[in-house]
Write a new protein. Structure first.
Lengths: 445, 343, 399
């Protein structure tokens, strides 16, 4: 009997097969077997793709899964190689990771932190995954990140936009490529000032949970710094479907800009309702009334139909970007699936590549080695220009897109146009402003 | 003052959606004695009738436009609806534009058929089973129905806009002597309110003034006696179920321009509409309607920022809070009868 | 034995055997084989079986005995886990004080909610409990964020005080929950040929508590108090006529079952120190109702089986993806395997909800007594062979 922290099924898979028929029963001892959780000893390495497959974000999850499958294909040397060809680091050879074939397991987060952790745990305990990635909301990302820290595996966050993920709830084993509320605010504010003027009165509707709070805060601070006034900020319940009673009083308040700090279904509904109320045709204080959606998701925006035309927001990435990396990714994704990838798909694909590359450079799957390889790693060619994985909070810093609902879309995917690529320097911040402690890396066993 | 008028308007509009769903639930409960947890799913299916009709009308063939390119740089494939070929571009576009109102005619037969099949195939066998069993089997059905819809239509909301004629909003304030832009209300929501009132009125008139309705009401009061009188009450109840399904479905069809439908909209409404029914009093049709409007209005008031500032979080819980208060002060809801669903 | 009748003692021993040998029973397929996908013998899922077993046993004390259908029971589970996590944050990582506080706090919650809700019966009671639970969920997710962590859930941090423990381990990590130095997540593994069995401290801790809860439930079922609760279910009015006030009895049952839920919540937090608000949502309350009914309402073992079945489906079915299916059916000719993959794919992976929905409907339609009735019918069929006495296997709630 031996003490181990979580299991090392990967070892046993191969070990057990090899040992079969030799001595039965065998009880494995931990110390000799593995240096870290789920050390892969056979010819393959298992990654865990934990995405929402049921619930309101299921379509986003499906797109993430497509990206993961594509990434695995490329890592194993299949397909056209996608961004492997444009990635500035050339450590990856297309022969898996460290010569091991990449395999994966999938799970359903249900967009609930409990279910997401259960699913991630089963990947770690049962399937021997050395890395967990995915997710489409900050609640899930933070919960799974904490779990991975405890278990001693790496977590590469999927779509999560709250400041908390790499702020107050940051963990040493967790990494985020996606941008955050702060960057959205910092990128949006100057563009808004240019387009709408500096004497605006804003009315915020905010989803009543952590992500909503951080987004409202970010947009508020950055717009107020430019001279905007915040007339009111009203919190709306997560379960709200009809926002009429929140939107109707907006005009009476004397505001001339409405900021919808909503995501997903909330965003689709509140935006649709706001347009229905004819807000955008109104003239207030001598200004055209405007609506802003700080975080745009193209997949979700489809649900709002024509209502998104002309509305400003920010995005992590968009398929119409013309750099080599984006073009290569769109091409291989589009060829395989027949439509362009979403920003969720992009960040998941990139995260998988970044992880694989870090393992190659570190020469090990050991989480502590991977952490070291990723910290302060600077790279290019993955679609967002020069990017830095900051060591002090494990957040990626890169250019942020300011986008606008397109007036004359040519197809159902062509909903957003890029207004400006805000340079990285403009969205950087000090790592300490959100509090939290990174702790030290945990390799498990 | 204008703020209060505005929230009353809002409340009436929200309330009409609650009232319509609660009405259908109560019809089924009152006539058949069955608690139908799949009622929200019927509302959702109604909404997807509108989506389906829209999809049917926009069934397209592909024309390749060499002048433009798609995201991969290939020539752009432009979808041209068949309707445009048949009726010409202008008429075709107008038909597609009006797909939501047209869906009413599509949804009525579909929903009645679904309702009848549900009653004959499943619900019928549960008349004598405990309410808990009814709740659970219909809950299971609701899950299956919504997952089927998700399988075909995906999880994201699907835009189904109102006809162009109903876009924009009506300036109430200006019409009744307040400043312009103080009380504005979207045309489609007014249509929804009118439509809901019409349906509610029609259901009451149907039950009150027709022989069929009279028999059904008699059956609600005492099923056995009506059966002994030689009236085939079962058949009428089946029709009632179809009717209730149609009411839920129509509520769903007309709701699509307000919020883009998605597969779980039924579940979103289910719990709320149950609270509405219970607050109104199980089995009472006027109670359901009254409670629907009452809760709609209270919910609207609770979402005013002046109110939230005083009691943070009140907008999160108002419906449940009101339900608790009403149930504690009026044991059987607003208009419930004694002995219904109390064991 | 243990003050139980022979039948009950046998049942308890049976459940104990199931619990002790779970790592073997749940891992019937060799590692690396195609069927290994169906293995459930990994710590997290086994812990969940035991924890939700406790939750369902407790729920059954209320619903099975008194017939009061609470639709807000998940609130107690949620409150219990919040209490436990706060203990971990403030006091120490020992699970005992956390679990004790979880039970006490959820018991108090149950007392208040039960006192109010039990003024009504039938569906009015169900809606009252639902309303309370939904209020708890909505507030915990939003305005109570400072106490509950809101969307991200309440979790441990490196700078928590932990008066009787340490804020961080020497390596700079958050300490893990344990029982006097025995870490809950410790496991050891045994490989027997191609099979691998995992024995986890946390699981056995949960299993022991589950057995104690089960034993307590048997005692309650067999006690005069249990008789009284059944009397309330069968005819409350008649009970009133005899001059007995049923309220204190139902309230006691409500509080006991709320404490069971709190115990389950505390255990959940002990196995995995994070508490999320979704635990209190009405769907979570619905889940325990489903477990109880799937297994068999009013039976002793039913809820445990139902909990196991539901959690098994949730965790195993959802992980079967198209790639896995293609692997299974790869021995078939191309066209045929595609068809099979397509058909199976309708019920697994992201479609796993359909399977639970369908199974659920089938059980309620054909097996109103749940899995326990299924067992009875099967054993009834065997018995029929022995003698011609055509004893129908009609639903007679097993106890």
């Amino acid at each position: 009997m031996s003490k181990t922290n979580l299991t090392r099924r990967g070892v046993l898979k191969s070990g057990a097969v090899a040992g079969a028929g030799v001595a039965l029963p065998t009880i494995f001892t931990a110390s000799s077997a593995a240096a870290y959780t789920n050390e892969p000893t056979g010819g393959s390495v298992t990654l865990g793709f934990n995405v929402p497959q049921t619930g309101p974000y299921a379509d986003e999850g499906a797109d993430e899964l497509r990206a993961y499958e594509l990434a695995v294909e490329h890592l194993n040397g299949g397909g056209d190689g996608g961004m492997l060809n444009t990635f500035s680091s050339k450590a990856l050879q297309g022969n898996g990771i460290l010569g091991k074939k990449v395999e994966f397991v999938t799970g359903d987060t249900q967009t609930k932190s409990d279910a997401a952790r259960a699913s991630a745990k089963s990947m770690i305990e049962k399937d021997g995954a050395v890395m967990i990635t995915g997710g489409s909301s900050s609640g899930v990302a933070v919960a799974v990140q904490a779990l991975c820290q405890e278990a001693g595996v790496i977590f590469m966050a999927g779509l999560t936009h709250s400041n908390d993920t790499t702020g107050k709830d940051k963990r040493s084993n967790g990494f985020r490529h996606f941008f955050n509320s702060y960057m959205s605010g910092a990128a949006l504010a100057p563009i808004l000032a240019n387009n709408y003027g500096k004497d605006r009165k804003a009315y915020h509707l905010t989803a009543d949970y952590n992500w909503g709070y951080t987004t409202e805060e970010a947009v508020r601070t950055s717009t107020e710094a430019m001279g905007w006034e915040t007339v009111a900020a009203v919190k709306t319940p997560l379960t709200q479907t009809d926002f009429s009673s929140y939107i109707a009083p907006v005009l009476q308040s004397g505001a001339d800009v409405l900021v919808l700090n909503h995501y997903g279904g909330n965003m689709v509904n509140s935006l649709t309702n706001a347009v229905q109320f004819g807000l955008r045709e109104k003239q207030i204080n001598g200004h055209n009334f405007e609506i802003i959606v700080p975080l745009f998701s193209r997949l979700m925006a489809r649900g709002a139909g024509e209502n998104i035309k002309g509305i400003f927001g920010s995005a992590n990435w968009h398929w119409s970007l013309q750099d080599e990396g984006s073009k290569a990714f769109v091409k291989s994704f589009g060829t395989k699936y027949g439509f362009p990838p979403s920003q969720a798909a992009h960040t998941c694909y990139v995260q998988t590549l970044l992880y694989a590359d870090a393992c190659e450079r570190a020469g090990t799957f050991n989480p502590c080695g991977v952490v070291e390889a990723l910290e302060d790693f600077e790279f290019d060619g993955l679609g967002n220009g020069k990017t830095l994985y900051r060591g002090s909070d494990h957040q990626c810093f890169k250019d942020v897109l300011v986008v606008k609902g397109k007036e004359n879309p040519t197809s159902e995917f062509d909903l957003l146009e890029i207004v400006e690529v805000t340079p990285r320097g403009q969205v950087e911040y000090d790592a300490s402003i959100f509090g939290g402690e990174l702790g030290s890396c945990n390799a498990g066993a | 003052m204008d703020a209060i008028i505005l929230q009353i308007l809002n409340g009436l509009d929200k309330g009409s959606a609650y009232a319509l769903i609660a009405l259908g639930l109560t019809l089924i409960f009152g006539t058949l004695g069955v608690v139908n947890f799949a009622h929200g799913a019927l509302f959702m299916i109604g909404a997807f009738c509108a989506v389906t009709l829209n999809k049917l009308l926009t069934l397209s063939h592909v024309v390749i436009d060499e002048t433009k390119t798609d995201f991969l740089g290939n020539p752009l494939k432009v979808q041209v609806p068949y309707v445009n070929d048949i009726f010409g571009e202008a008429a075709g576009a107008a038909i597609i534009d009006w797909s939501v109102p047209l869906a009413i005619f599509f949804a009525i037969p579909v929903m009645i058929a679904i309702g009848v099949i549900m009653e004959r195939g499943l619900i019928k066998h549960f008349y004598k089973r405990p309410h808990a069993d009814q709740i659970l089997v219909t809950f299971g059905l609701a899950i299956v129905l919504q997952e089927i819809i998700k399988y075909f239509y995906g999880a994201n909301p699907i835009p189904t806009p109102a006809p162009d004629a109903f876009k924009g909003s009506f300036d109430f304030g200006a019409a009744i002597g307040f400043d312009a832009n103080t009380i504005i209300y979207p045309y489609w929501r007014l249509v929804y309110f009118g439509f809901a009132s019409l349906i509610i009125g029609a259901v009451f008139a149907f039950l009150q003034f027709t022989t069929f309705g009279m028999v059904v009401r008699a059956g609600m009061a005492d099923r056995e006696t009506v059966g002994l009188l030689g009236i085939n009450i079962d058949k009428r109840f089946t029709i009632m179920f179809g009717l209730a399904a149609a009411v839920a479905g129509l509520a769903g069809v007309m709701y699509t321009p307000i919020n883009s439908p998605n597969y779980h909209m039924g579940m979103d409404f289910l719990v709320l509409s149950f609270v509405v029914v219970v607050v109104g009093g199980m089995g009472s049709l006027p109670g359901a309607v009254l409670a629907g409007f009452l809760l709609g209005i209270l919910e609207s008031f609770a979402s005013m920022r002046e109110v939230i500032d005083i009691i943070p979080g009140i907008n999160q819980v108002i419906i449940y809070l009101v339900a608790v208060i009403i149930l504690l002060t009026r044991p059987r809801g607003l208009m419930g009868r004694k002995g219904v669903m109390e064991d | 034995m243990f003050g139980l009748e022979k039948k009950d003692a046998n049942l308890l021993l049976f459940v104990a055997a199931l619990a002790i040998f779970a790592p073997f029973i749940l891992n019937p397929f060799p590692e690396g084989s195609a069927m290994a996908q169906f293995n459930a013998g990994y710590p997290d899922l086994m812990q969940r079986f035991a924890i939700f077993g406790i939750f369902a046993i407790g729920f059954n004390i209320l619903f099975g005995l008194t017939g009061y259908l609470s639709f807000g029971h998940a609130a107690f589970l949620g409150v219990g886990s919040y209490a436990a996590v706060w203990m971990f944050k403030l006091l120490s990582m020992n699970v005992i004080p956390a679990i004790i506080l979880a039970v006490i706090i959820s018991g108090l919650f149950a007392l208040v909610i039960g006192y109010v809700s039990l003024r009504r019966s039938g569906i009015y009671f169900s809606i009252l409990t639902l309303a309370f639970a939904q209020m708890c969920f909505a507030l915990a997710y939003s305005v109570l964020t400072p106490i509950t962590g809101g969307e991200t859930g309440l979790q441990l941090a490196l700078d928590d005080p932990r008066i009787l423990g340490v804020s961080q381990t020497p390596e700079g990590n958050i300490p893990v929950p344990g029982l006097f130095g025995l870490e809950m997540r410790e496991s050891f593994e045994m490989a027997v040929g191609p099979w691998v069995f995992t024995f986890n401290i946390g699981y056995y801790f949960c299993a022991i508590i589950m057995l104690l809860s089960f034993y307590l439930a048997i005692r309650i079922f067999r006690s005069p108090f249990g008789m009284m609760l059944r009397a309330i279910k069968s005819n409350q009015q008649r009970l009133n006529y005899t001059g007995l006030n049923p309220r204190p009895y139902t309230l006691a049952a409500f509080v006991i079952s709320g404490m069971y839920a709190g115990l389950a919540g505390g255990l959940m937090a002990s196995m995995d120190p994070l508490a999320g608000a979704e635990r209190m949502q009405w769907t979570a309350s619905g889940e325990v109702v489903l477990m109880t009914i799937l297994g068999g309402v009013g039976t002793l073992i039913g809820p445990v089986l139902g909990a196991g079945l539901l959690k098994y489906m949730e965790n195993i079915l959802s992980k079967i993806n198209k790639g896995v299916l293609e692997g299974w059916f790869s021995f078939m000719p191309d066209g045929m395997s595609d068809t099979f993959v397509f058909l199976t794919n309708l019920f697994v992976g992201k479609q796993w909800h359909i399977t639970t929905g369908v199974i659920f409907m089938l059980v309620i339609i054909f097996l109103p007594g749940g899995l326990v009735e299924l067992g009875k019918r099967i054993s009834g069929m065997f018995r029929k062979k022995d003698d011609d006495n055509t004893k129908s296997a009609k639903a007679e709630p097993a106890e």
